[in-house]
Every structure is written in C-alpha cells, then in structure tokens.
Design a protein around this ligand. Structure first.
Ligand SMILES: C[S@@+](CC[C@H](N)C(=O)[O-])C[C@H]1O[C@@H](n2cnc3c(N)ncnc32)[C@H](O)[C@@H]1O
Length: 202
C-alpha cells in the first residue's frame, strides 16, 4: 500500500480539471529556473502529475521534458497530453536520472515524501545537473511533524523540512540558493505554508 500513489490515482480526473494554469508567481519562478538554459534543452520534472500546467509550459517554451511520477493515472494523462515527451512511472525515493539535464523541477511533490529521503533526492538531482544548472522546488513553509490531510475526499501524506533546513541541505549537496520566497506563508490553521526555492548547482 502506498497512500499517496493510491490517492493520486483516485483523484487524477478531478486534479486534471482543477490544476489548469500556472499562477503568476509560478510562471515567474519557472522563468528564473530557465533563464540560463540553452534553447531546446532537457528538463527533468519530478512529480510531474498530469503534465498540466508545468510540463505543458516547458514544452511551449521549446524544452524537452522527462517527467517522473508514481501515479499511473496522473502519468497516463501526461502521456496523452504530451506524447512526444518522455514519461517514467517511478517513485522519487528510488528514481535515478540518466544523463544530464539543463534544469530540474520538483514542484509540490517533495513534500509528499518522508523527509529522511530528501537529502538523497537532492544528491541525485545535483548529479543530473551540470555546474550552473538550476533546480526549482517547493517545500513546506514551516517546521512541523509529518501529517495527513484530505483533498477531494482522499487522504494524503505530507512531510517537509522547514525552509531554512531544506536550504542548508541543498547547500550541503552542492547548490547555492539563487532565490527563495513564500508562495503562501503558514497560517495558524492547517495550512503549513508553501515555500519555493531556486538552487544553482556549483
Ligand atoms: C501536488 S501534485 C503536483 C503535480 C505537478 N508537479 C504540478 O505542479 O501540478 C504532486 C504529484 O507528485 C506525485 N508524487 C507524490 N509523491 C511521489 C513519489 N514519492 N514519487 C513520485 N511521484 C510522487 C503525485 O503522484 C502527484 O502527481
């Protein structure tokens, strides 16, 4: 049993309807991610979901996308939407990228994975980037224990280091932090916040 895989499989059609466009901040941050990437370069999308809107945006900018996701239902929609791109059904805890990418993105996916795995994922991302390549990710926006929450009547698992710890771990794995910001700050309620980081491989 894999809670998040089963839950994303169950909500794929509803997710597809609800996650249609990039937010203005997301589009700006993807611009930062890709500002030094050569035309038509390869971009790795970890936790790519349905390929909309993120991979779709990358392809519209001329990039070649390799998407990875453990939900067969989410990935099937991505494959249907963008059949020319490369799609892998795999868990990020074990996926090892092949070759080099100009940029890597893990958007709203890392915080679904137990924090004990995050360092090893950062290490594999660093190995997939040449010096100067960029990694864009989101993490939770506060210090909190792992928790579950519901979305579309399904239960999902969440875990994250706080933003400062995530940035320190990225530095330890051979990145400098080029930019970071809160996409939404934590509230006193159930929203733990969401924090975006653009890290450059050094
Ligand atoms: C919140 S959605 C984000 C999708 C996409 N990145 C976006 O921004 O629209 C999270 C995605 O991460 C995938 N995911 C979660 N945990 C994963 C894991 N351990 N390995 C691979 N994919 C995972 C889910 O299946 C889901 O498609």
């Amino acid at each position: 049993m894999n809670l998040n895989r089963d839950s994303y499989d169950a909500i794929a059609a509803r997710w597809e309807q609800s996650r249609v466009r990039l937010g203005a901040s997301e589009e700006r941050l993807l611009g930062l991610l890709l500002q030094a990437a050569p035309a038509a370069a390869r971009v790795l999308d970890l936790g790519c979901g349905t390929g909309r809107p993120l991979a779709e945006h990358l392809v519209s900018q001329g990039f070649k996308v390799t998407g990875v996701d453990q939900s067969a239902a989410m990935l099937a929609l991505a494959r249907e939407r963008l059949p020319e791109q490369e799609w892998h059904l795999a868990s990020l805890e074990t996926f090892v990228p092949e070759g080099l990418y100009a940029a890597v993105v893990a958007w709203d996916s890392l915080f679904h994975i137990e924090r004990q795995h995050h360092c090893a994922i950062f290490r594999r991302v660093r190995a997939a980037l040449a010096r100067g390549g960029r990694f864009a990710l989101t993490v939770g926006g506060s210090a909190h224990p792992a928790f579950t929450d519901t979305m579309f009547d399904q239960t999902f698992f969440y875990d994250s280091h706080d933003p400062q710890t995530a940035e320190a771990l990225l530095r330890d794995e051979g990145f400098v932090i080029a930019h970071s910001e809160f996409l939404n700050p934590p509230t006193a309620g159930r929203d733990k916040g969401r924090y975006a980081i653009i890290a450059t491989a050094v």
